[in-house]
Ligand binder design. Structure first.
Ligand SMILES: [Fe+2]
Ligand SMILES: [Fe+2]
Length: 257
């Protein structure tokens, strides 16, 4: 494996994963000769090339965009913000939650899969129009429908890149709940119960999002965020043990109230 500057190599470039080094997320790109380069979300030229490649190789993404009348433009600003912020933070929280979870749950978890899926989970947002992504108000039902395809878009984009099936599944279902009330619909060939890795990515994503300011609301405090998620435990959306691990993580690592 060699590390090269991608711009010096004009061959096909693939985004095929993500790694975290010293708490910083890097996207992993590979060219057709198998040479690998790590990048933060900042290299917009490279991202555009990689996403164009993914689009060219995947008719399912084009079909999805056509169905929702979305112009296939690539929102690299979003990836820059997500890679350096929310996706990296989701990974930190997910790592904390799986470390704290009871011993009997741990053997079921593939930590590397959880880590990589949490770092890539919102990749599909780069194809969501920014007027929807950054709308400073509640989305209407049509906009919500479009927003909700980001998990399927991320899955489809990465499917053609040789990303492991287990990681792809976690990306596709990171908005799915324990009682299957989330989206997209959980497929029949998957295990009846939501895999524990999926639940970890999901709760880490929710907590990370609540703890960040959004264009339509302020950043919520630790207690406010945990109370919202506790309501979801009572509604059957989140497993109590996963929630308890998050509470422990938050009290140890989140210094805010
Ligand atoms: Fe998401
Ligand atoms: Fe997210």
């Amino acid at each position: 494996m060699f590390l090269v500057h991608p711009e010096k190599n004009k061959t096909d470039i693939k985004l095929f994963g993500a790694v975290q080094i010293s708490d910083t997320a890097f996207l992993v790109y590979k060219n057709s000769e198998g040479k690998v380069v790590l990048k933060t979300g900042r290299d917009e030229k490279l991202q555009k090339r990689a996403v164009k490649n993914m689009l060219a190789k995947n008719p399912a993404v084009k079909r999805l965009l056509n169905k929702y009348k979305i112009k296939p433009s690539i929102n690299t600003k979003t990836l820059k913000e997500l890679a350096g912020g929310h996706m990296n933070e989701t990974c930190n929280i997910a790592k904390g939650v799986y470390s704290i979870l009871a011993e009997n749950l741990n053997p079921e978890i593939d930590r590397a899969v959880v880590k990589e899926a949490s770092m890539l989970h919102d990749l599909g947002k780069i194809l969501i129009p920014s007027k929807i992504l950054n709308k400073p108000a509640k989305l209407n039902s049509k906009e919500r429908e479009i927003m909700n395809i980001h998990s399927t878009l991320g899955y489809e984009l990465l499917k053609s890149q040789g990303v492991k099936k287990e990681i792809l599944e976690l990306i596709k279902y990171h908005h799915q709940n324990l009682n299957k009330s989330g989206y997209p619909e959980f497929e029949e060939d998957l295990p009846q119960n939501l895999p524990i890795g999926m639940q970890i990515v999901s709760i880490a994503d929710k907590y990370s999002a609540l703890r960040e300011a959004r264009v339509y609301r302020r950043k919520l405090t630790r207690i406010e965020s945990l109370l919202i998620l506790y309501k979801e435990v009572r509604e059957g959306k989140i497993h109590r043990s996963v929630y308890e691990a998050l509470v422990k993580y938050a009290s140890l690592c989140d210094s805010d109230v």
